[in-house]
Design a protein around this ligand. Structure first.
Ligand code: PBG
Length: 336
């Protein structure tokens, strides 16, 4: 029997060699931390389905952001939970609403040390929990795309007026990116970035978020606006439209069950930054298994993040952001 002529094991022989040839890197600058702010909370409320994740009172959110900043994460994605909901989501564009107030505080406390991103949507703000204006006729209802768009523009402008750097429309309304670009430009905010939730699936992995944000639809579901999980090629149409409408950054969401879609979008649009949103259900699954001792949560969460990066995402939105930053520092390149 001869010797193997090629021995792939050589490049795995030590930590130093593995680090030398690793194809994918991950640092805190690649991570974005979501933050929930609740208007009527007096103290942090832990989200039952997301242990370790809290809804923060407006007055406490800047301190939490500073704690995360100290871990090395300097990008935040802000979600608001308003005290009052109505049919037209008026709290979503109230200049003194929960997100606008929180963003002003964050801007004041953090200065330019952090990039502040906001989720632009209606579902937390509407009594019916849908992401747009609902029209009813007879027993039937629909989310009215074109009546929704101007509201989205108003919401985005109010966030940027408060100090947001990046607005992220998540409603999956057709034309929403173009609407935001027009509204922002007309208001003079030509420098505000738009991160489209370009490819967003109708996913059961959002379950824990809907508890967190009190945004579950009161009737029906989101399948007439969010994408069908069976489709991958359709992602290219959505991404292409966001590009044409002026998105600065594209997104795929969720992340782990859609690694193929991340790869597909990155290969089709390599010239555009692509961010993946590792959603609430992805966090809760790993958290739950970790708590039971069924897997090594620290290693699993980093492996998942490297996988998302390896698939082609430039950055990851994750509820594990600050924990991952701490782990990356502690492991000091000895993760795998
Ligand atoms: C709002 C929105 C949702 C998420 C982000 N923005 C929920 C939804 O579409 O139902 C989900 C985030 C997560 O699960 O972590 N439209």
């Amino acid at each position: 029997m001869g010797f193997p002529t090629v021995r792939p094991r050589r490049i795995r022989s030590s930590q130093r060699i593995r680090n030398l040839v690793a194809e994918t890197d991950l640092g805190p600058e690649r991570l974005i931390a979501p933050l929930f702010v609740q208007e009527d909370a007096r103290e942090p409320v832990q989200i039952e389905a997301m242990p370790g994740v809290y809804r923060w009172p407006v007055d406490a959110v800047a301190d939490e952001a500073k704690r995360i900043l100290d871990e090395g994460i300097d990008k935040f994605l802000i979600f608001g939970i308003p005290a009052r909901k109505d049919e037209e989501a008026s709290e979503a564009y109230n200049p003194h609403g929960v997100v606008q107030t929180a963003v002003r505080k964050l801007r004041k406390e953090l200065g330019d040390r952090a990039t502040i991103m906001t989720d632009v949507c209606m579902c937390q703000y509407t009594t019916h929990g849908h992401c747009g204006i609902v029209t009813q006729s007879g027993g039937a209802w629909r989310v009215d795309n074109d009546r929704t768009l101007p509201y989205m523009g108003k919401i985005a402008v109010s966030h940027v007026e408060a100090g947001a750097d990046v607005v992220a429309p998540s409603s999956m309304m057709d034309g929403v990116v173009g609407q935001l670009r027009r509204s922002l430009d007309e208001a003079g905010f030509t420098d505000a970035l738009i991160m489209g939730y370009s490819v967003k699936y109708a996913s059961s992995f959002y379950g824990p978020f809907r508890e967190a944000a009190e945004s579950a639809p009161a009737f029906g579901d989101r399948r007439t606006y969010q994408m069908d999980p069976r489709n991958a090629m359709e992602a290219l149409k959505e991404a292409e439209l966001d590009v044409e409408e002026g998105a600065d950054i594209l997104m795929v969401k969720p992340a782990l069950p859609y690694l193929d879609v991340i790869r597909l979008v990155k290969e089709a649009f390599p010239q555009y930054p692509l961010i993946a949103y590792s959603v609430s259900g992805e966090y809760s699954m790993m958290r739950a298994a970790g708590e039971r001792g069924w897997l090594d949560e620290d290693r699993a969460l980093l492996e998942a993040m490297y996988s998302i990066r390896r698939a082609g995402a430039d950055a990851v939105i994750t509820y594990y952001a600050s924990r991952a930053a701490k782990l990356l520092r502690e492991f000091d390149g000895r993760v795998f």
